[in-house]
Design a protein around this ligand. Structure first.
Ligand code: HSE
Length: 294
């Protein structure tokens, strides 16, 4: 029996479209064991309980790569990561499934192998990399292989996830993006993504305030998020350093450096009758964790 802790993530982080990601402190817990017969998933979230489940599919995809066959699988899941809200719930399931295939095959999962297999299944490495390696990550593809560079995030920063009461599929959030981007917008993002990594690492609030701006995805995706403008205005007025759409949305992340601002933002959002909930998160530096239980 093996226990896996798989963390929420926040991809893009403003200008870092499809490449920057952060590992967050909220996590799902999975307990995997071999089973004679059917796949059983006990879950406290609305995950589909059959073989099409992403955890199960990822497990069997990795088992095939490892040349192992499993008749059945028992998985106990405790889900804390909100589904389809731009907080990496899919990546968390995929990496857990892939790691479990290694563990139940008697092999120690090496993080770089987990990353390669999981990123292929996910399609976008920017949620997978921080989930596996922890902290901040810049993911990229080189000679057909997924690679990444990690960076630390100053622990003065906290991330207030403002989570809408509706889901947004990544597919829909990608369909709204234009096929062509003009050069000025690319340069706008390139400059800010460089600022972003330094600002997060060294805890430079003034730089971070400028660095979170984006022209590649947020101006399009915000149209899919009801009450987006109201939420942004509240965050700014209450003193958030900046905001960005987490992953493909719809969660809006407010970056703060104190304990009081998140409380004020949460209160003001409720007072404005915006039916979103908030959850204060910090960056997790460990990434995916595996434990043998017996
Ligand atoms: N970078 C991806 C996107 C994250 O923004 O579409 C979602 O997988």
């Amino acid at each position: 029996m093996h226990k896996i802790i798989s963390y929420a993530t926040s991809a893009n982080v403003g200008p870092g479209f499809d490449c920057i990601g952060l590992c967050l402190s909220v996590f799902n817990t999975f307990i995997f064991s071999e089973f004679d017969d059917a796949v059983i998933i006990n879950n406290n979230a609305d995950t589909i309980k059959n073989k099409e489940n992403l955890i199960v599919k990822s497990f069997y995809a990795a088992a095939e790569i490892l040349g192992k066959k499993f008749k059945g699988l028992k998985i106990n899941v405790k889900s804390n990561i909100p589904l389809s809200r731009g907080l990496g719930s899919s990546a968390a399931c995929i990496t857990a499934g892939v790691a479990a295939a290694y563990l139940l095959s008697g092999q120690t999962p090496v993080k770089s192998d987990l990353y390669e297999i999981s990123a292929k299944i996910e399609g976008h490495p920017d949620n997978v990399a921080p989930n596996i390696f922890g902290a901040g990550t810049v993911s990229y593809i080189s000679e057909g292989k997924y690679k990444c560079m990690g960076f630390k995030v100053s622990d003065k920063y906290k991330f207030l996830a403002l989570i809408p009461d509706f889901k947004l599929s990544t597919q829909k959030a990608r369909e709204i993006l234009p096929d062509m981007i003009n050069r000025e917008d690319v340069v706008y993002n390139l400059s800010r993504v460089n600022l972003l990594i330094s600002a997060l690492q060294y805890g430079n609030d003034d730089l971070l305030r400028e660095a979170l701006d984006d022209k590649l995805h947020q101006p399009y995706r915000c149209q899919l998020i009801n009450r987006y403008e109201d939420v942004i205005k509240i965050c700014k007025k209450c003193g958030a350093i900046g905001t960005y759409i987490s992953g493909a949305g719809p969660t809006v992340m407010a970056v703060v450096n104190d304990e009081i601002t998140p409380k004020i933002i949460t209160k003001k959002i409720a007072e404005a009758s915006i039916p979103w909930r908030s959850e204060l998160m910090k960056v997790n530096n460990e990434g995916l964790e595996c434990f043998k239980l017996n």
